[in-house]
Design a protein around this ligand. Structure first.
Ligand SMILES: [Mn+2]
Length: 472
């Protein structure tokens, strides 16, 4: 994960958690820890084998979060097998989930909005709400920003965001350009037949890269809503060329540590063809754009019954997976709470990710949900708790045993190996993790009783009573 919200420590690839001194409170320190890091550990020289105590002390002193590709712990002369609690602790320590600013604003469907008194009415309120969610869950240190809604004056709004970052202790996450709301974009943005309109759209993308650079945000996240509604009305191959030109121009402007993520969606708002309709198109566009371009998988952007974990496995193998927009769906892009309809699918996606340590390292976890009926903060806290539980379950899969069973085609045992982790009740261990990290054991109850919701409802209700025309 590249959202960088972890505490100082050592983050193993398989689960991205911290190595705690002694690994748990009951046992003494292991003999040694052998690790392969993504970057050299300068101050420790070229060694690859350290005592766990020395390593943990170094990481804490230098406030460093090491990114490890693999980690092996030798304990009393033998390879140490982690307990379920340790696996869950490690997984949850390494799990950061970015939340979207638009998830706190009054949003609706194409049929209308049900206005909520507590909804955020300004970018400052979105930061305040995000800080509250992070305080309760310990897992959402960054806030995805949408340029049009959150930085309406573009680059000149950056200082305001910088002040809010400091004030609320929440960092700006991915930067999301808007390529769908201007009147000019009726026939497309970067794919529009008009060169003049394509230039407006590309300039906006370049501004978004500059905003990300100034905010030290790693990812510029592109969702191209372009498409057409009727056969014959647009020239599809010509638009592929326009797409590639825009992507190349954007890629050329990225800083050394920046990435662009390309999101796909099969239909909506267009209903005949969408210019970036599936993961194959997104992957090809990323490949043509350059090495800093990756694919973003929005779980709601697939046809019914598509095997999303298989797409994830392919993208991981191709080192092309940049991030997720998590949400759930029953029919189309429903933006429902993660795991509310099909928790087993989220678990299967996490399983693929946890089986590929370095792929997981470069994958940003983001939420893309905007709730029309649920309370904004309640929905966001519930979402993060659901994600934590499903990630903890996936961390319990005995990957080594499963690999052996697959090798020998012991089908039922292999399936049961997977299923037994899914059906494990991880809630006590997740509660224990929260307690050990100074977080409320039950974040949803804590939210309902902490007084924050009453306060913001009172403060914001008048502003929310006025009908708002923009989406977020
Ligand atoms: Mn999305």
């Amino acid at each position: 994960m590249n959202t960088g919200g972890g505490r100082p420590g050592i983050s193993p690839g398989s689960g991205r958690g911290l190595v705690q001194p002694g690994l748990n409170n009951r046992s003494p320190s292991p003999d040694r820890v052998r690790l392969q890091t993504a970057t050299p550990i300068q101050s420790l020289g070229d060694q690859r084998q350290f005592s766990a105590v020395a390593l943990t002390a170094w990481a804490q002193e230098s406030h460093t979060q090491l990114q490890c590709v693999s980690i092996e712990v030798v304990f009393q002369g033998r390879n140490y097998v982690k307990t379920a609690e340790e696996k869950i602790t490690e997984a949850l320590d390494g799990l950061a989930i970015e939340i979207p600013s638009w998830g706190f604003a009054n949003t609706g469907t194409r049929f209308g909005k049900y206005v909520q008194a507590e909804a955020a009415t300004s970018i400052e309120e979105k930061f305040a709400d995000a800080a509250q969610v992070h305080a309760l869950t310990g897992a959402s240190p960054t806030l995805a920003l949408h340029v049009l809604w959150d930085l309406p004056h573009g680059v000149s709004d950056v200082p305001l965001i910088q002040d809010l970052q400091k004030k609320y202790g929440i960092r700006a996450g991915s930067i999301n350009p808007n390529l769908f709301q201007r009147q000019e974009y009726k026939y497309g943005s970067i794919c529009n037949p008009s060169a003049e309109i394509r230039k407006i759209a590309v300039d906006h993308l370049l501004d978004s890269v500059e905003i990300a650079r100034r905010l030290d945000s790693q990812d510029v996240s592109l969702w191209i809503a372009d498409g057409s509604n009727y056969p014959g009305t647009q020239n599809i191959p010509r638009r592929i060329g326009y797409l590639m030109e825009a992507m190349a121009a954007t890629h050329a402007r990225l800083g050394p540590k920046q990435r662009m993520l390309i999101e796909y969606k099969p239909f909506e708002p267009a209903f005949y063809h969408t210019d970036v309709a599936d993961w194959g198109m997104a992957l090809l566009l990323a490949r043509h754009a350059g090495p800093k371009a990756f694919v973003l998988v929005d779980t709601g952007h697939h046809y019914q019954s598509q095997n999303i974990e298989q797409i994830v496995a392919w993208l991981l193998r191709e080192r092309a997976l940049g991030g997720f927009h998590f949400n759930d769906r029953r029919y189309a892009d429903d933006d429902l709470t993660i795991g509310s309809i099909d928790p087993y699918q989220v678990f299967r996606i996490f399983h693929e990710l946890l089986g590929d340590a370095s792929g997981l390292q470069q994958t940003a976890f983001m939420i893309d949900q905007s709730h029309n009926l649920k309370g904004k903060l309640e929905a966001m806290v519930q979402t993060i708790c659901n994600a934590q539980e499903l990630f903890a379950k996936a961390a319990l899969i005995d990957q080594e045993r499963l690999a052996g069973l697959q090798e020998e085609a012991r089908l039922v045992e292999a399936e049961e190996c997977l299923r037994s982790a899914f059906w494990a009740d991880v809630r006590p261990a997740v509660r224990a993790w929260r307690q050990s990290r100074g977080l409320p054991e039950d974040p949803l109850t804590a939210l309902r009783t902490c007084g924050y919701l009453e306060r913001i409802r009172k403060e914001r209700s008048e502003r929310n009573a006025v009908s708002v025309s923009s989406y977020a």
